[in-house]
Design a protein around this ligand. Structure first.
Ligand SMILES: C[C@H](O)CC(=O)SCCNC(=O)CCNC(=O)[C@H](O)C(C)(C)COP(=O)(O)OP(=O)(O)OC[C@H]1O[C@@H](n2cnc3c(N)ncnc32)[C@H](O)[C@@H]1OP(=O)(O)O
Length: 734
């Protein structure tokens, strides 16, 4: 990464982070990286580190150097917030290459040895600096990784060259291509560090290690020139060939993992300095890629989703939730119970009779057993985990639970009765949550006086695996209850988004036009499997028809009815699914839907589908539209996803979601929208509001109000304003 410092400092009043140096009577200079919260490497930190090094090298009382990070964190890597600034500055002639000129020539090439003392995080650029030191000492909880690929980048401070030289090619590829972090003990086993010590011993050991190098009691190793761990050229080529093959299979739409492999290969074939140069060039190019911009958007969107205006800024502390009761042990209830048990909550599972209860407990056990089978959980851990699950048939044990999550079938009167019961049996402070995916919470709590503690906890199936938690609040939900649920969400490792109450809430609501658009295209002449293929190629985990099979036609019809009741003017009604249901097809569960499923649930296209499609077209009076048959893949993607963008705009307009970035997260984590496209709104923004608006206008003229753009989109398109700008800003432009 090339940059200049003078411009940096000139641009800001205050430096972003620094290093401090302290020289001990033993002649060791300890340089500490200081840039809370994760000691990221801003340009200021990097230049301060360079200055500290140069000072230490100049001073005759300094024999050796120890580099460490403040507050038990070595460094979380290069400052991701600085990427935009760097992109802007790279049009100016860059002067210094951080990787070669600073890290390699000044730090690693120094005439005095340096040792990294690593506790906590050592990620990305942080690990790359540690690898350029001549020794590494860490604690067992220290975390090491090069996760740059998750940001659409490759390591840019020499990581592609030094990591293989320390841990061998296979392990290095695994750590980089899978962004897989390892802990201190494994780092020692694979050769990434030289010693693991307690946090109390860390600095002392690192100082002594550095002095030992000076006094030739330990070797002075320059990682970049090590050869002992690198495989022979022919073996290396085979390993890299296999890695390329795997990468193409698993990430067909991404090029940066292949760039990473090329850069590693360059170092092995042409030597590490050539590798460093290729790495620097590739890094700079990737920094400008759409993939990088999209994935960085996802990184910050994910972190901002738990920051809720007028809720998390009130200074409220989350209450300590220990015991959670779940009503209903079906697919959702058992999945939620599993997620909670895995994070050490005590869980009470209530069912209406013994048979249902045993099935529910059986499902939880099966979920946990799966983890044991995959080696993610030991048998002992399984026993401890399942011992925290208590099955009950009545409300007796509900008096001391901190939170209840109702996960019964979507029946309004049943839910109303349950919430009225809960109000009687639970303590007045108990949080009353519902896992409903469509029903308005005000309706669910109608028969209670507890609307302030009623909240939606909408999990996605399978609940113990899917990463999203949609937290649904009403006008009356208290901020404290939202803060509590956000905290539980974080503890069970979910990414929460907080949204308002409406039919389908944010995720299902904005995606309801998605299958409808696909059905419209089929009714007008397109092929079911072609649409699924194109949508999958775009990056969705499955196409809309395969998804309908997975969800099941019964559920698809029931939720479809909800949208039809609430938004009749913009629903597309196809007869295809009811026709398939008449043929006793219910989707994957019945082994037949749009696809035929074998006993391993592998889908195969069904030639018979054509017959049903024809019938649906005849009954609806639609015919093949010659214009649609000629559509390009791009057109099809737009016709399927622009109605989603349009509905997302309504969700924002109604204040159901407050940030476009929350909808990005919702689309990625709730629906599998490809993260490397940044999320549905980020992708839409990249295409241009006006473009989306004009295409919707054009289609609505031919195919009706299903495509009619909403006023939120129209206003922004006409004024050339981004989708994320608030209504107030738009009005001010009027
Ligand atoms: C040249 C080099 O090769 C290029 C690079 O180094 S690119 C950077 C590589 N490093 C990474 O990708 C690490 C990214 N960070 C993470 O994975 C996680 O933040 C973490 C594991 C470090 C910490 O996780 P956790 O404790 O859950 O805290 P988390 O909420 O994620 O982060 C805390 C804060 O630090 C910020 N932060 C984390 N890493 C950062 C980074 N590298 N740069 C800037 N800010 C960062 C987060 O945005 C967040 O800010 P906020 O409080 O304002 O929202």
């Amino acid at each position: 990464m090339k940059t200049t410092r003078s411009r940096q400092i000139g641009e800001r009043e205050m430096a972003r982070g620094k290093t401090e140096m302290e020289v001990g009577s033993d002649g060791v200079a300890v340089i500490t990286i200081i840039n809370p919260p994760v000691n990221s490497l801003s340009i200021d930190v990097l230049f301060s580190l360079k200055e500290s090094y140069e000072q230490a090298l100049r001073r005759i009382d300094v024999k050796a150097i120890v580099v460490t990070g403040q507050n038990g964190k070595f460094s979380g890597g290069f400052d991701i917030t600085a990427f935009d600034g760097i992109r802007g500055r790279m049009t100016v002639q860059p002067e210094i290459d951080v990787s070669v000129d600073i890290i390699t020539d000044i730090f690693e090439g120094a005439k005095k040895p340096s040792v990294a003392a690593i506790d906590g995080l050592s990620l990305g650029g942080g690990l790359e600096i540690a690898m350029a030191c001549h020794g590494r000492v860490c604690t067992s909880s220290a975390q090491f990784g090069l996760p740059e690929l998750q940001l659409g980048l490759i390591p840019g401070f020499g990581g592609t060259q030094r990591l293989p030289r320390l841990v061998g090619l296979t392990k290095a590829l695994e750590m980089m291509l899978l962004s897989k972090a390892i802990k201190g003990d494994e780092a020692l086993t694979v050769g990434l560090v030289d010693a693991v010590v307690s946090p109390q011993e860390l600095l002392k050991t690192a100082r002594q290690w550095a002095l030992d190098i000076v006094e030739v009691r330990r070797p002075w190793v320059k990682t970049l020139y090590r050869n002992d761990k690198i495989e022979s050229l022919s073996d290396a080529r085979e390993i890299l060939k296999f890695a390329r093959m795997q990468t193409k299979k698993q990430a067909a739409n991404l090029s940066h993992p292949l760039v990473c492999i090329d850069v590693i290969e360059e170092g092995i074939v042409s030597g590490p300095r050539a590798g460093l140069q290729k790495e620097a060039k590739s890094f700079q190019k990737l920094l400008f890629s759409d993939t990088c911009k999209s994935l960085v958007n996802v990184f910050f969107a994910q972190r901002s989703s738990s920051k809720v205006p007028r809720v998390t800024d009130l200074g409220l502390m989350p209450r300590n939730i220990k015991k959670v009761a779940i009503l209903g042990g079906g697919l959702m209830g058992s999945g939620i119970a599993t997620a909670l048990l895995l994070s050490r909550y005590t869980v009470i599972l209530k069912e209406v009779n013994e048979r249902f209860l045993q099935s529910g407990i059986g499902r939880v056990k099966a979920n946990l057993h799966n983890r044991v089978k995959k080696g993610k959980m030991t048998k002992e851990k399984f026993d401890i985990t399942i011992s925290r699950l208590i099955g009950v048939l009545d409300y007796e044990s509900f008096k001391d639970v901190d939170m209840v999550i109702e996960a019964v079938i979507e029946n309004i009167s049943l839910k109303q009765k349950i919430f009225a019961d809960l109000e009687r049996y639970c303590s007045p402070n108990c949080i009353l949550a519902s896992n409903t995916s469509t029903i308005d919470l005000s309706l669910i709590g109608e028969k209670t006086n507890s609307m302030d503690r009623i909240i939606g906890a909408h999990f996605f199936s399978p609940a113990h695996i899917m990463p999203l938690l949609e937290i649904v609040r009403t006008q009356k939900t208290s901020p404290q209850v939202i803060v509590d649920l956000l905290d539980v969400g974080k503890k069970i490792r979910k990414t929460p988004i907080v949204v308002g109450s409406c039919t389908g809430f944010a995720v299902n609501r904005m995606f309801f036009p998605y299958p409808q658009a696909a059905l419209l295209l089929v009714d007008h002449g397109l092929d079911v499997y072609e649409i699924d293929h194109i949508v999958t190629k775009f990056g969705m985990p499955m196409g809309p028809f395969r998804l309908a099979d997975l969800v099941g036609f019964g559920v698809a019809m029931a939720t479809g009815m909800q949208y039809l009741e609430n938004f009749p003017e913009r629903c597309y009604k196809s007869l295809l699914i009811p026709i398939l249901m008449d043929d006793k097809r219910a989707g994957e569960a019945s082994s037949k839907g749009f696809y035929i499923y074998d006993n391993k649930r592998k889908p195969t296209p069904d030639p018979e589908i054509k017959k049903f499609v024809e019938k649906a077209r005849t009954m609806a009076g639609t015919t093949s539209d010659p214009k649609l048959i000629k559509l390009t893949e791009k057109d099809i993607i737009e016709m399927v996803f622009f109605p989603v963008v349009n509905e997302a705009c309504r969700v924002l307009d109604e204040g159901i979601a407050v940030k476009t970035s929350d909808l990005d997260i919702a689309s990625i984590m709730g629906m599998g929208f490809p993260p490397y496209r940044g999320g549905i709104m980020f992708w839409a923004e990249s295409l241009g509001t006006n473009y989306i608006y004009s295409r919707l206008v054009e289609w609505s003229k031919t195919y009706g109000d299903f495509f009619k753009p909403c006023s939120y989109l129209e206003q922004r398109a006409k004024r050339g304003i981004s989708l994320s700008s608030s209504t107030i800003q738009v009005k001010s432009h009027l």
